[in-house]
Design a protein around this ligand. Sequence first.
Ligand code: NAD
Length: 354
Amino acid sequence: MSVFSAPSFRDHEEVVFHADPEVGLKAIIAIHDTTLGPALGGLRMWDYGDDAAALEDALRLSRGMTYKAALAGLHYGGGKAVIMGDPGRDKTPALLASFADAVEALAGRYITAEDVGISTADLAIIRSRTKHAAGYADGGSGDPSPVTAWGVFHAIRAALAHRFGADGLEGRTVAVQGLGHVGAHLVRFLSEAGARVLVADIDPARVAAMVATLGAEAVPVEQIHKVPADVFAPCALGAGLNDTTIPELGAAIVAGAANNQLAEGRHGEVLAARGILYVPDYAANAGGIININYEGPDYDAEAAFAHAARIGGTVREILRRAEAEGLATNRIADQIAEARIAEARAGRDLRLAG
Ligand code: NAD
């Protein structure tokens, strides 16, 4: 397995491979870029088929965090950690503690948080051994998912305004794929705003809950991206927009919470060629990292929600520029993020030289 020449290695500052056979831990911590601040990114626990798949995921996700923090105007860099294993089977307090020790050894260059397979309770265990953990429940900013969903809701409104000239949800149809922590809150915000909401999840109980409590309409998992809708909101796993699914999309707009929605960057152009307005994933789903920005004893949920609502303005700017410059929306988002990092790097170099 190659590391430096791995397709996703691109400019990572540091990658840590941490093993602790006594507790069954195999973890990778990827630090992509710390120009804007310490590398912040969640910990994912997943039953990866092999080491290469785990490394690829860590590298892709950590680079994405650099761009997400930069676009959101936050003073964080990008990082991500993965633990190889089935969270239901392999997760133990001893394993989490050993991971925490690896984070502590990085002395604040990497700040960990919750991601797929990790709960706020797990984070409390990690937090008991390292202060470089964010988003924990007791005295921290807690579960970021409602704030993430609020940011996605405002990204959807911005896209509706761009496409249809009005950002109202009344009379609009939104198809939500994945009803987990973020998806369920998003369905609530959309329903309360008057949208017709179509939902799908591989877990039938989650679908049943949304149908019973919010009047959502169930759609089979393999149909949700195909159904005619104004908006398709991917809120499950990544790489859902690819050569197979894009020609099948039934919505005019794609805006959702999932990380790394495009299988490859070129799929931004494929979506644009089909006339589908794509809201770059890391612009829409920055609410989680914005919430962590308010972490601490004075955590202010109202301020975090208000900040996440400003994602709407960022999205409007991206969509306007993409149209004006004839470029795919993901390219414009990347350009804005890269410009912010370059500016910070130039400032830092000037200070060092002076
Ligand atoms: P989650 O694990 O709570 O929910 C994911 C849901 O998707 C689950 O209900 C799962 O059953 C469902 N699912 C999986 N595969 C599916 C499929 N093929 N079709 C339909 N449903 C499927 O995760 P989450 O915290 O809600 O996050 C959702 C996505 O948003 C992830 O990609 C995550 O990385 C991203 N994200 C989350 C946050 C946050 O604050 N939680 C922030 C930024 C980005």
